[in-house]
Design a protein around this ligand. Structure first.
Ligand code: TXA
Ligand code: MG
Length: 316
């Protein structure tokens, strides 16, 4: 594979990106959550190339990105709950797992052979422009090697995947900074992953509580491995001060070497999370250790804590 090109998100860059995707190549694109590694969701070869570039275990299905609800309805079946969530949060940081239409025409690799498909209508103008220019469904997991920290800037994508993909569209830093919230509407609405849409907001739209992960009768997202989002350094949580040798990441009143948000703002903390994890990893150096200040378990704090617990989990 030749060198990965960094494309500006202008007409020429978008046309080049769409042409590469049409030829079965992979292009990393900015979304409002994190950068996604996009390929044609109808092409077995393109989807297999996504797994190969990420070194991702094949049993882990991918999110299909589409321009609007009408496009979603061509691939998946939306019930009343799905329609309400879509109306409230699309375009935006929400992924719905829905029954797959038999005639969807997606590569079975996208769904890992399941009868459900994960779909999302992103809000980022560059992702939307790319979907329009390409004119088809884009499978896109986060654009990082499997198990590593998700990318929120074009440089992060190049750090992990340079030489393994055709191009990255540089749309600057991602505004939300944590991945989409995943809700299954293949049955009673169930939370599969906390993310950019808060559980509180989703439950307000549904007028009912979501079933939660860990509830043994409920489905879980395949590939929600305990150890994930792992930096090189070891990670300790709920730290109010650094132990000798640790890089402390602060939040609110806990002042660290770095901070997720000095004012204790969860939106700012989410947007900075993965960039700060990388910066702390560089500061800690080989064999280093990172400690994180406590983050409240409300709103976007749930998504942040979910990512931090995975970063701190024992490595396989
Ligand atoms: O914000 C995001 O969601 C980003 C951007 C690029 O859109 N994408 C992302 O993709 O985070 P990825 O592949 O890193 O995470 C997708 C998650 C995985 O945990 C996967 O197991 C789950 O979605 N998933 C995909 N299809 C599914 C399905 N049919 N049923 C249940 N879970 C599914
Ligand atoms: Mg990921």
């Amino acid at each position: 594979m030749p060198e990965t090109v960094c494309l500006a998100p202008d007409d020429a860059g978008l046309a080049r990106a769409a042409q590469l995707l049409g030829a079965g190549q992979l292009v990393a694109m900015p979304t409002e959550t994190v950068y996604g590694l996009a390929g044609d969701a109808r092409s077995d070869a393109a989807v297999a190339a996504i797994f190969a570039a990420k070194n991702r275990p094949q049993f882990n299905p991918l999110i299909v990105h589409l321009p609007d609800v009408a496009a979603v309805s061509r691939y998946a079946v939306m019930d009343d709950a799905a329609a309400r969530l879509a109306a409230a949060f699309w375009p935006g940081p929400l992924t719905l797992v829905l029954p797959l239409r038999e005639d969807a025409g997606l590569s079975p690799l996208v769904t890992a052979g399941n009868t459900s498909v994960a779909v999302r209508v992103p809000a980022h103008p560059v992702a939307r422009a790319l979907l329009a220019a390409f004119g088809g469904p884009l499978a896109a997991p986060s654009a990082n090697p499997s198990g590593r920290v998700s990318p929120t800037r074009a440089e992060h994508v190049l750090e992990g995947l340079s030489g393994r993909i055709a191009a990255v569209l540089d749309g600057g830093p991602c505004a939300v900074g944590v991945e989409s919230t995943i809700i299954s509407c293949d049955g009673p609405p169930a939370l599969l992953r906390a993310g950019g849409v808060t559980v509180e907001d989703a439950e307000a739209v549904l007028g009912a509580p979501l079933a939660r992960p860990g509830d043994p009768s409920r489905p879980t997202a395949p590939g929600q491995l305990a150890s994930h989002y792992a930096p090189e350094a070891a990670v300790r949580l709920d730290a109010t001060e650094a132990r000798p040798g640790e890089v402390l990441v602060g939040f609110g009143p806990v002042v660290g070497d770095l901070s997720l948000s000095g004012s204790g703002d969860l939106t700012e903390a989410a947007a900075r999370l993965f960039h700060t994890l990388r910066a702390a990893d560089h500061l800690a150096g080989p064999g280093g250790r990172i400690a994180f200040a406590p983050i409240p378990e409300t709103g976007l704090g749930r998504a942040i804590n979910d990512r931090l617990r995975r970063a701190a989990a024992p490595r396989p």
